[in-house]
Ligand binder design. Sequence first.
Ligand SMILES: NC(=O)C1=CN([C@@H]2O[C@H](COP(=O)(O)OP(=O)(O)OC[C@H]3O[C@@H](n4cnc5c(N)ncnc54)[C@H](O)[C@@H]3O)[C@@H](O)[C@H]2O)C=CC1
Ligand SMILES: O=C(O)C(=O)COP(=O)(O)O
Length: 528
Amino acid sequence: MSYKVLVSDPLAEEGVDILRGFCEVDVKTGLDEDEIIKIIGEYDGLLVRSGTQVTAKVIEAADKLKFIGRAGAGVDNIDLDAATKRGIIVANAPAGNTLAACEHTLAMMMSLSRNIPQATASVKKGEWKRSAFMGVELNEKVLGIVGFGRIGQELAKRANALEMKVVAYDPYINVERAKELGVEVKTLEELIPVANFITVHTPLIKETRHMINSDSISKMKDGVRIINCARGGIINEDDLYDAIVAGKVAGAALDVYEEEPPHSSKIVTLDQVITTPHLGASTVEAQQNVAVSVAKQCIEVLKGGSAKFVVNAPMVPPDQQDRIEPYARLAQKMGKLLIQLVEGRIESVEIEYGGKAADLGRGSKYVTRLALKGILDPILQTPVNIVNAEFAAKERGIKVSETITKESEGFANLVTIKITTDKMAESVSGNVSSPEKIRIVKIGEYMTDMTPGGDVIISRHHDVPGVIGRFATITGQHNINIAGMQVGRNKPGEEAIMVLNVDSAVPQEAMDEILKIEGVFTAKYAHI
Ligand SMILES: NC(=O)C1=CN([C@@H]2O[C@H](COP(=O)(O)OP(=O)(O)OC[C@H]3O[C@@H](n4cnc5c(N)ncnc54)[C@H](O)[C@@H]3O)[C@@H](O)[C@H]2O)C=CC1
Ligand SMILES: O=C(O)C(=O)COP(=O)(O)O
């Protein structure tokens, strides 16, 4: 299979070279939305930085696209919902540019405190205005970090070395980590009035849009300095402009803007504002890191594997993959079998993880999505995968639930999937005996021992002599070889279940004849 990848923002050669060793690569930067829409249909992979806007329209036109790689951290330029709906894996390179962005923030803070860019411009004009550029020291000042993730934490370490007092706000803060770094954890309301410098390091999401605004600025210290090297829009630029003009805020350092480039932004015109053109990640080292990371992930996905830093599907940590893979295989097969055993509109899918399967941790989310793939793939037009499985179920009003239990009915581990439709309910249980051996051990209430795969007929019939013999006659007449048979029953003489493994597909006429056998309640053919 030959693949094509489009690189639509400047990417370090190291990454492009890795891709070229695997597939055809086109580097076409500076395209607008219409231009991308025209060509995106040819490509299996798309690699971007923050420049390309991967909109819903672009994704709609991307008929072959399987992977979008973001050579950097922020994915706010990619319509994740649209990609998820189409089953396109989106992955980023979250840690590759952390130090670059952290050092840029530090450089901005120092430049801001000593007016270095303004003084440079002045000297270049032939001026010598020493008193106009009086600065402030960082020593013993309070640095308020909003968003204590990768960049926020690295910045705290460096600010400690400058003997600043560091306070941080993050709703999901790792308190232990903050303590280790000597950082005082605060609420946003507590941080705002005590900081001399405030720097934001959150993603741009609904909760963080304009989190710094006229209201919060009014509660800040007079003469506060504000830095944004994260995302334009976290700070309300108009409110910041007014506060600088009013003298409340002494200055600001901006690397990112509500609109990039900030052509119509008045804030960049202020002398107290120092600006860089979204350079946080622009170091040789960071660009190599992120380009290599997304190139490798792109190749993995195009080869049929998974990416290391998927942002729109549950991730399985690399050290857990071997343990989780057999459960994922089992759940997909169970789902595929189960969907062929039920009739009617699916209302809910319940998955129970029992015994050792209860210890899968976050891996259960991955396994559940593969069960949903098994269930939904045969009934939906759009291919279902690990990315869009949950979305596809939700869109069809199917309620999906997971239960964890220590109970496992005597098995070391037991996974049970139950589908309820508007007509019936059916369940299947499976077990991982060894990494290679997966089994279906129960269908409904009946015990069985079946290796899922190939063609099977599953019947429920009256437990009386002669019924099974008639099955064999009909399959024989249709030239279908029986490879294996298992029969289970709860009470002799009542209902029995039979799993018949056959060597070829079973035509509908054969199934119609089987269904007419006296004593057969239900019979289904399934290809797993
Ligand atoms: N200027 C540039 O070139 C670069 C910018 N960035 C941007 O920097 C930002 C931070 O990046 P990382 O540290 O790598 O991300 P991260 O994901 O490691 O950290 C983000 C932190 O924000 C926190 N957060 C989420 N919602 C919050 C809220 N409502 N209030 C306060 N904190 C909240 C999260 O809990 C997390 O700890 C991102 O927006 C990223 O896109 C990253 C690299 C380069
Ligand atoms: O990684 C990020 O979030 C960045 O903002 C870096 O953007 P860039 O790749 O330099 O366009």
